[in-house]
Design a protein around this ligand. Structure first.
Ligand code: NCD
Length: 357
């Protein structure tokens, strides 16, 4: 059973195919209107969402299918203490595919190992958000015609911003990509992304705190929100919340064909005055998210007819525990604590990729 937990669960070839299908859906929507007739998507959202849940649901309806929805943890048996594993086994009895959002890193992987239907990760804590990346990729593709030789600036909360981690993982597979990572020091990208993805793929990158200084080099500027809900201290959030506010004057040094993306929601990091700038792509990006989710649902349900099962890479190591307090293994007691070794001999948690000493 193919599930999409991390964006690299999809090969570059599969992403090309999804982009092709999404573009065909945009051109010929009527060809797809009954493609998922009698199929059901379950959206299990244990964290707030507007775009991701609604775009999954709109996607399934536009494919002629139907939707079962849990829109908050409080309205499901999670509030009574049901485990992710049992929820996944239960929902597998009703639906053909699951899209799941959860506050714990690794939660979607935990669901996929227990579900008998494909699971799509719609955001697991501060870890990954592969389908936002599919929306981002279609936007870049339609704006720039491809992914090679782009200088991509990513700005804001690069520590907790799960869309950032998935976008970096996806773009690191294309030739000539460069990253400029713009954040306060406290919110820089996690070590598993710099070491495990960027450096491993020999991608040139710089880290800076200064957006305007980076601006002239950028082909893409990916703005993100400071992720208030993931901070341990409200005081720290208050100190960092206005780190970057993109206003028209800050674009004075930017390329005329810069593309400005944002996964949304925006709080205040992009002034509404930017919305009318032709370089602002974030509302198009919302629409593209629906088409990529349509393409993904089509592909996964098609593949689910062929057999297979999600397995977690890794082995049990006596007494080893994941030190990431947000890791799913720290709340789902029955999950086996598994670890894998990277090519450079590091040991990482199989569920959330945190390095273990
Ligand atoms: C993002 C998320 O949930 O991670 N939103 C989204 O899905 N479009 C970004 C965010 O919440 O800041």
């Amino acid at each position: 059973m193919k599930s999409v937990i991390d964006v690299v669960d999809l090969t570059v070839g599969e992403i090309d195919e999804l982009i092709k299908i999404a573009c065909d859906i945009i051109e010929n929507p009527e060809k797809y209107q009954d493609a998922m007739k009698h199929k059901k998507l379950a959206t299990l959202f244990f964290e707030p969402s507007t775009r991701t849940r609604l775009s999954f649901e709109a996607a399934m309806y536009e494919l002629g299918g139907s939707v079962l929805s849990v829109s908050s943890a409080q309205s499901s048996s999670a509030a009574k203490g049901e485990s992710i594993a049992d929820t996944a086994k239960t929902v597998s009895q009703y639906a053909d595919i699951i899209a799941m959002r959860h506050p714990k890193d690794g939660a979607a992987l935990a669901a996929s190992t227990n579900a008998s239907i494909p699971v799509i990760n719609a955001g697991d804590g501060g870890h990954c958000h592969p389908t936002q990346t599919l929306a981002d990729l279609l936007t870049v593709y339609r704006e720039k015609g491809g992914f090679e030789n782009l200088c991509v600036g990513i700005c804001g909360d690069l520590k907790y911003g799960r869309t950032v981690h998935s976008l970096i993982a996806a773009l690191s597979r294309y030739a000539g990509i460069k990253f400029v990572l713009i954040s306060p020091k406290e919110l820089s990208v996690p070590e598993y992304v710099t070491e495990g993805i960027i450096k491993k793929n020999n991608i040139p990158f710089t880290e800076t705190e200064f957006l305007e200084e980076a601006m002239p080099k950028l082909d893409i500027l990916y703005m993100t929100r400071i992720q208030r809900e993931r901070f341990d201290s409200e005081e720290e959030y208050m100190r960092l919340k206005d780190s970057y506010i993109l206003t028209p004057d800050k674009l004075s040094g930017a390329k005329p064909d810069l593309s400005i993306l944002h996964p949304l929601p925006r709080v205040n990091e992009i002034s509404v005055d930017i919305d009318k700038d032709p370089r602002a792509c974030y509302f198009k990006q919302v629409r593209y998210g629906k088409y990529m989710r349509m393409a993904l649902i089509l592909k996964l349900i098609d593949e689910a007819e062929k057999d297979g099962k999600t397995t977690v890479r890794g082995t049990h190591i006596e007494n080893a525990v994941c030190k990431n307090a947000r890791c799913v293994t720290n709340c789902e007691r029955e999950l086996e604590k598994l670890f894998y070794h990277t090519e450079n001999g590091e040991c990482r948690c199989s569920w959330c990729d945190t390095k273990i000493d």
